[in-house]
Design a protein around this ligand. Structure first.
Ligand code: MG
Length: 369
């Protein structure tokens, strides 16, 4: 089964990463999933048409970027009130945006030109650079190169006036390294309202929620020494799908903390929406910091029926959300770019994949709202 194969590869990174890279496969959306045979996987309700649906047919025209108020000018310093992300005046804020692929595999897109294009042409409120941690050549083995790529995107976001989530794109605990990294980041950028910290992308099955709470307390403590107020996003077990564990035992004594839910619409359906709704109803602030229309491996096809069900769910709950990812992996449904897509932005329709076109249209349809 593909998910088992990917899971095994993930656990054996040190052994396999080199072979995977040299084979040219690389990783796209490595987002493990509840097993396909899990009881919670639901079929679409009868009221919805069968099949995978279709992408948005029309393009929304938007004002030129120079005529728009930037997200940071309009929202300012973010905070959390109850379960809701709010702006500087206490009004609900919903950030919608696009995430980058692993920086170690798609370094060419980590530049201010791509950030500027996503703001100007896609009308994103937020971007999410994904700093790979474990693979060979990523942060743990070449931290200087990783920091340079992440900072290029952070600086680009500050220049454009949009928010930026710095994602520690790990699948296992590396607490001392994370404490050091986020401490340095917060000291450098914590006075900027643009920056949001995501301290652990996707824990797997072998990190327990109590372990993750301890990890979060340590990393949050390091950030708060330098930055008293910016938003911090905390991950939870099983690839950010155990938001129910968070709801039963949230962090105590922290401010401006949110919790991630990640979905890939063809895999994670009503069962995850229901679980997320229950957490929100219990007062848990949720940020959908990664998502896509395909299955959890990133391959297969986009399921537009389920993808739209998630959009409706997120709209109803005023959830902020990020799509995965700015990458050009051949044949991968969740990559927004066709192979060779321009590394400086300025993408033509021919350079965008089906999910790239869909997400661009979707983000434009929310522009200024
Ligand atoms: Mg601050």
């Amino acid at each position: 089964m593909p998910s088992n194969r990917l899971y095994s590869l993930a656990k054996l990174w040190p052994l396999f990463a080199g072979a995977v890279l040299s084979s040219g496969l690389g990783y796209g959306c490595l987002h493990e999933t509840k097993p396909a045979d899990a009881a919670g996987v639901a079929t679409p309700p009868a009221s919805q048409p069968p099949g995978k649906g279709s992408m948005l047919a029309t393009e929304t025209s938007i004002p030129a970027a120079s005529e728009r108020t930037t997200p940071v000018a309009s929202h300012g310093q973010l905070a959390v009130k109850g379960a809701q992300l709010v702006d500087a005046s206490g009004k609900p804020a919903v950030l919608r945006g696009q995430g980058f692929g692993w920086d170690n595999w798609w370094p060419q897109y980590y530049n201010a030109d791509v950030v500027r294009w996503l703001w100007e042409d896609w009308c994103v409120d937020v971007v999410r650079p994904a700093m790979g941690i474990e693979p060979d050549g990523a942060y743990l083995s070449n931290s200087a190169a990783s920091k340079q790529r992440i900072e290029a995107v952070v600086e680009g976001a500050i220049a454009a006036g949009i928010y930026v989530i710095v994602d520690w794109h790990a699948h296992n605990l590396h607490e001392p390294e994370a404490v050091a990294f986020f401490s340095e980041l917060a000291a450098k950028y914590g006075d900027k309202p643009n920056v949001i910290y995501e301290i652990f992308n996707e824990p797997e099955k072998d990190e327990t929620w109590p372990q993750l709470k301890e990890y979060a307390a340590a990393v949050i403590g390091a950030i708060r020494k330098h930055d008293p107020d910016n938003i911090i996003i905390v991950g939870n077990p099983e690839w950010d799908q155990r938001i129910d564990l968070v709801a039963g035992d949230p962090l105590q004594g922290q401010t401006n903390v949110m919790y991630s839910v990640h979905f890939y619409a063809d895999t994670h359906r009503d069962w995850l929406r229901q679980r997320t709704q229950a957490a929100i109803d219990a007062g848990i602030p949720v940020f959908v910091s990664e998502s896509g229309g395909s299955d959890a491996s990133g391959s297969g096809q986009n399921n537009f029926v389920e993808w739209q069900a998630w959009q409706d769910f997120m709209d109803k709950n005023h959830l902020s959300r990020i799509n995965w990812s700015v990458s050009d992996k051949t044949g991968e449904a969740c990559s927004i770019l066709e192979p060779g897509g321009n590394a400086k932005g300025n993408w033509t329709p021919a350079e965008l994949t089906e999910s790239g076109k869909h997400m661009r249209n979707l983000l434009r349809s929310y522009c200024g709202k």
